[in-house]
Ligand binder design. Sequence first.
Ligand SMILES: NC(=O)c1ccc[n+]([C@@H]2O[C@H](COP(=O)([O-])OP(=O)(O)OC[C@H]3O[C@@H](n4cnc5c(N)ncnc54)[C@H](OP(=O)(O)O)[C@@H]3O)[C@@H](O)[C@H]2O)c1
Length: 245
Amino acid sequence: MTSRRVVLVTGASRGIGAETARILAARGDHVVLNYREKRSRAAKLAAEFIAAGGSASIAGADLTDAAAAGELVDGVVQEFGRVDVLVLNASGGLEIGAPEDYPMTVNRDAQLRLVRLALPHLPSGGRIVFVTSHQAHFHGRKPVPDAYLPIAASKRAGEDALRDLIPEFISRGIGFTVVSGDMIDGTIIVRLLHRRDPQAVSARTEHGPLPTVEEFAAAVADATTADAEPGHTVYVGGADYLVGH
Ligand SMILES: NC(=O)c1ccc[n+]([C@@H]2O[C@H](COP(=O)([O-])OP(=O)(O)OC[C@H]3O[C@@H](n4cnc5c(N)ncnc54)[C@H](OP(=O)(O)O)[C@@H]3O)[C@@H](O)[C@H]2O)c1
């Protein structure tokens, strides 16, 4: 048991999830770094956070595996008695060779299942933060590059499915915030997209520099504490998306 907030960050072995966990650990939370397969990376990060004076542990689980997701939540609850904050950061869909329905499996179904599993263990005052991209959040209202379409559609479906739970979140006293970002500078997904569709990435950089991982992660970390209406969306970068919004 710990008196620190217990924050489970999914997909925290790299990228935005890792940076979010770093910020929250530095702010005094106990962070549980979930990873799918990059155990040694997650372990190295946790060791770094602890060496810097923070508190952290790691928990592997492929969130598309129902049993593994259940074990993830059970493990955190067994050790800490609760999950104060759930940061839904893990995402996928551009993996080579993945089945056609994989984006929906990981970005909608696995998110919803994890929330349902964690919900009984979130105390009143707890918080769920869903991390998404402008291309997904504005899907249906703004054009999306073809290569990103399955991710945009599935992440938007995941966001909608979670928004449908807002009445339940409210009745349990749990906050729910969506953090949406423009393409984030230097990330793997943007490098992949650039390889498949260079035009899609240059079209974004025409509007100015892309937000950095640090900027986006700070917004995600802030969303775990900031006062907000349930379902509030925080936007990071991409001012052109927000015109007329
Ligand atoms: N990159 C961008 O430009 C950008 C822009 C706006 C919003 N976002 C959002 O920010 C979030 C993080 O993006 P990122 O670019 O940092 O991602 P990333 O570098 O691709 O990292 C994805 C993370 O998710 C984990 N993961 C993937 N599939 C998983 C599964 N089935 N079960 C458990 N974990 C899984 C990975 O774990 P392993 O490495 O262990 O497999 C990894 O830690 C996503 O929600 C994304 O939509 C990203």
